[in-house]
Design a protein around this ligand. Structure first.
Ligand SMILES: Cc1cc2nc3c(=O)[nH]c(=O)nc-3n(C[C@H](O)[C@H](O)[C@H](O)COP(=O)(O)O)c2cc1C
Ligand SMILES: [Mn+2]
Length: 496
């Protein structure tokens, strides 16, 4: 495993495979950066590294699309793979396997080191000035400039037993304040509640520009009380290096580009939002009061790089750094409950509203006397009791003869194997939900409960374990003929 220990190591690894585009021409933080990054997501172009930003001091930089997908052949998932320490041409299956395997290893807490790159510049109290940072206005219609879209927020319970690292957006307010979403059913909200219970503001640290694995663990729905840093250590088989903060008793990843420290007010709020979101919509004009982050220290590397995620239509980091580890957590959760799950994946086109789950091909032998729809019901009963099943309303269960990382195959399975009505749609009413799911009714956004569905796209019970032959290149011709044709492809006159 190639553990990339800083954002700069990651950028170097991207450069080696043509996945980063340095831009020296001066760009505007007001919409131009966001629009360029958006076009990169949508065309699979390299991640843009903005070296010169108008009105911002020289050297302060922005990295767009750090977790986007690539249009290069065989490198579609390369940003995800490199972030996870895997070869750049890894498949979705290999990526999920790596994340799942690490879940059964012993947790490995981070290691406190004396200092790190994030301490090259230290500004405390009145010296803090967030307005110096190249915070972009990401979309036309956003309620403000978003400073945090890809950084890790460190939150710790007062008894210090649980340290949570997660991603939640924060909007710039002024030189020493931000405001952001703190959902009560996310761990940051649960940890904050333990501070509200003792009537104290919650200390926080926001680490921006961290080593590339950490946003993926920040987006992973690990169970309550599990510290993401400890899972990251288990994943690499070596602890993550952290350094002590200056003004709060918290620790942050040592190689972070920028660290903001402070406290989240008990009651103080300001209007936040709207912001273009991962479902692909921007609810223009809708802001709401959100807790204020008061910043008491700002430390940064020389020539700091702020990575950003420009949320919106797929594929951006919500779909990769949240969707992919969420799928791995679904596999781990269902396997731990005893179900023969081969693979799970979020078809990126679904904007995190679908997860596909592939059962081992012989699941019927492993679970005799269970119909396909009974199996779907059992899976839902497990999933919807855990955080792994909280974020998403719709699940598509297939056999592992379907490559669920290929959305074309998922759609084909849905179309040809799903029986309309109660056999094909296993409904769960009144389940806990993430309020950002696009189709929720207003009352459901408030109650954070909605209807969820498991689409039974398993081979129909009458087919049993005997699937019809697939009528395709790989399914309908002898293996030796297929190989001969592939070898001779250019000889026939085809170019690719
Ligand atoms: C790029 C990106 C942006 C995200 N933005 C938010 C956000 O603004 N609010 C939120 O609640 N979750 C957001 N998430 C999802 C959470 O990170 C995810 O649900 C994670 O599991 C939360 O951490 P926790 O499990 O420790 O609560 C985002 C994820 C990614 C990858
Ligand atoms: Mn957590």
């Amino acid at each position: 495993m190639n553990h990339l220990k800083s954002l700069r190591d990651y950028i170097e690894a991207l450069a080696a495979i043509g996945e980063v585009q340095e831009i020296d021409r001066a760009v505007n933080w007001q919409l131009e950066i966001g629009a360029i990054a958006r076009r990169c997501y949508e065309t699979g172009a390299p991640a843009p590294l903005f070296n010169t930003i108008k009105g911002i001091e020289k050297g302060f930089r922005v990295l767009g699309a750090p977790g986007g997908v690539s249009r290069q052949p065989r490198l579609y998932l390369s940003r995800i793979a490199l972030s996870l320490g895997l070869p750049p041409d890894s498949t979705g299956r290999e990526i999920i396997a790596a994340l799942v395997q690490a879940r059964s290893r012993s947790l490995l807490p981070p290691q406190l080191v004396a200092t790190g790159a994030c301490k090259e510049n230290i500004l405390i109290g009145d010296e803090v000035d967030l307005l110096r940072l190249p915070t972009p206005l990401l979309h036309d219609g956003d309620g403000g400039r978003y400073l945090n879209t890809f950084g890790i927020i460190v939150a710790q319970t007062p008894d210090k037993r649980w340290t949570n690292w997660s991603i939640a957006r924060t909007m710039l307010v002024d030189r020493n304040r931000m405001a952001g979403i703190i959902a009560p059913n996310q761990h940051i909200g649960m940890v904050r509640q333990t501070w509200l219970d003792i009537n104290k503001p919650m200390p926080f640290a926001l680490a921006l520009g961290v080593e590339p694995f950490l946003p993926f663990v920040g987006g992973m729905p690990l169970p309550d009380y599990v510290s993401e840093a400890d899972y990251a250590g288990a994943y690499f088989g070596e602890p993550i290096d952290v350094v002590q903060c200056e003004t709060v008793d918290l620790q942050v990843p040592a190689t972070a580009e920028i660290v903001l420290e402070g406290t989240i007010a008990i009651a103080d709020t300001v209007p936040e939002g709207p912001m273009g979101e991962y479902a692909g919509y921007l609810w223009t004009g809708q802001s709401s009061p959100k807790p204020v982050y008061h910043v008491t220290a700002m430390t940064y590397r020389n020539q700091p790089i702020l990575p950003i995620s420009v949320a919106g239509e797929p594929v951006e980091e919500n779909h990769t750094a949240w969707g992919v580890p969420n799928a791995a957590e679904i596999v781990y959760t269902l396997r731990t409950a005893g179900y023969p799950v081969a693979m799970a994946w979020s078809p990126f086109e679904s904007a995190n509203h679908w997860y596909a789950i592939a059962m081992e091909r012989n699941w019927r032998q492993q679970m005799p006397n269970t119909s396909a729809s009974e199996l779907c019901y059992k899976l839902g009963e497990v999933l919807f009791k855990t955080k792994a099943g909280m974020g998403t309303p719709k699940y598509i269960v297939v056999n592992d003869d379907i490559d669920i990382t290929n959305t074309q195959e998922v759609v084909w399975a849905f179309a040809t194997r799903n029986y309309p009505g109660s056999k094909g749609e296993v409904i769960f009413n009144d389940e806990a939900t993430n309020p950002l799911v696009a189709f929720l009714e207003q009352s459901e956004k408030m109650s954070m409960h909605t209807t969820k569905v498991i689409y039974n796209c398993l081979p129909p019970d009458e087919w049993g374990d005997k699937l019809p032959q697939r009528s395709s290149f790989t399914g309908a011709y002898p293996k030796d003929l297929q190989e001969r044709i592939l070898q001779n492809w250019q000889a026939y006159g085809f170019h690719s």
